[in-house]
Design a protein around this ligand. Sequence first.
Ligand SMILES: Cc1cc2nc3c(=O)[nH]c(=O)nc-3n(C[C@H](O)[C@H](O)[C@H](O)COP(=O)(O)OP(=O)(O)OC[C@H]3O[C@@H](n4cnc5c(N)ncnc54)[C@H](O)[C@@H]3O)c2cc1C
Length: 477
Amino acid sequence: MLKVFWFRKDLRLKDNKTLLEFIDSVGVDDSFLFLYIKNKNSYKYFGEKRIAFLHECIFELGIELEKNKLKLNVLSGSSEEIFRNLINKFGKTEVFAGRQIEPFCISRDNKNKKLLEENSGRLNLIEDINMVPFNESVKDNGTPYTVFTPFKNKFLRILSPVHYAESKVNLSKLNRKNELQLNNNFDFESEYKKFDKSGFLKGGRSNAVVLLNYFFKSKIKNYAVDRDFPAIEGTSLLSAHLHFGTISIRECFRAYKEAAKDTKGTDEIYKWREELIWREFYYSITYHFPHVINSAFKKDYDKVKWNYDKRMFKLWCEGKTGFPIVDAGMRQLNKEGWMHNRVRMIVAMFLTKDLLIDWRWGEKYFAEKLIDLDFSSNNGGWQWSASTGCDAQPYFRIFNPYLQSKKYDSDGIYIKRYVPELTNVKTKYIHNPSEMPAAEQSACGVIIGNDYPAPIVNHSEVSKIAIETFKNIKNKP
Ligand SMILES: Cc1cc2nc3c(=O)[nH]c(=O)nc-3n(C[C@H](O)[C@H](O)[C@H](O)COP(=O)(O)OP(=O)(O)OC[C@H]3O[C@@H](n4cnc5c(N)ncnc54)[C@H](O)[C@@H]3O)c2cc1C
């Protein structure tokens, strides 16, 4: 029988549950191969910086396999087409892959499962993206949580070392003579050259390990405070690596446990643990409530009369709203394929409450730009900000972008980094340059409406409209 290991969101050899099961299943008479499938269709939704990052991950994975005298076969095409060819050529085929929970992945996997089973093979999907399995992180009566704090409490109550133990992979168990090496129909290096490599993050497991070590050496001490200040690089920057699985969630959690041991578990460290649990929470939401893929978690909020003003949306996308903190965030996203978490919340709240634009437009724009795009965290973050989601920000609590800016970027360091035309604006005016008197504008060389836009909306007026819009929905039968 042919056994295939299909790398998807677990681009690593270390601490890989699926790989462990795969190796254990390969019998002496079985042939085997390692596969990555490059599907053109799924690439078209993502930004170039993310694809460059992904290529770096795959490239390094190939090298790691080579060091173990194994080959990563990279094939371009649809998975169904590729498995059909493998079955035709080699007969019965059993595939191992990490389980994905997004509805579009599930429907692809169902088709592959059917194809393999019809030909006496199998598709084994192993849960590896999360620590606590989805069927365990539920209420005692078996129903899923929809609010974060009880989810977290249950999660911590049942979490045991079994959930974060390393899946120790031993590649030397595989008999190299039984390995099949295919002709890659895809030239990775020349493809990679085409993409924009100016992203903020570099892919590949070696970079993930550097980030993890650096975080625990230098950042964790101040994480609880620093994490909210976008001018400070106070967070781990591991999200894209966690998404593509160059590092496992268990590895991150073990690092946290180790650090917590030394510092007797200070609050700072607990805070990081909480962020990892948010990730698991949003995964569990997608898993149990797949309707969130294109509709509000709270179905009532699908009745919101969103604004579909393309001109306003474009100004938001380009970072030309006249709200410096929003513009800085959007320009960071466009330039680096990354945005600080606090600013993600601010720009998302601004789009959905100040501009009343459909959160799905914002979600899609993020998906096209973010290197760390993860369907569940992105959807969860957007629905939280739009107040349409589970455990979301209540609709009447709208971020004031000026106050957020004053609180989290008081000296405007972050703003000036991404909105350079405001470099000479005094700190007093940096959060709302339109308040500068004419003489001040001339003195610092920033004429509002000319060098920098006037605010495209009046925040206090539009937030009242947003509250009314949402209140009406709540009151509708
Ligand atoms: C509108 C919006 C969209 C978002 N889109 C994404 C996305 O596409 N992909 C993504 O990974 N995160 C997303 N987030 C969550 C968060 O912004 C990022 O995970 C975080 O900024 C990544 O930085 P870090 O790795 O340095 O995080 P750290 O602060 O070091 O946190 C450690 C890890 O915990 C997880 N995490 C942290 N915060 C959250 C959160 N709020 N929700 C879920 N998981 C979290 C991430 O995996 C992160 O790497 C979004 C948030 C908002 C408000």
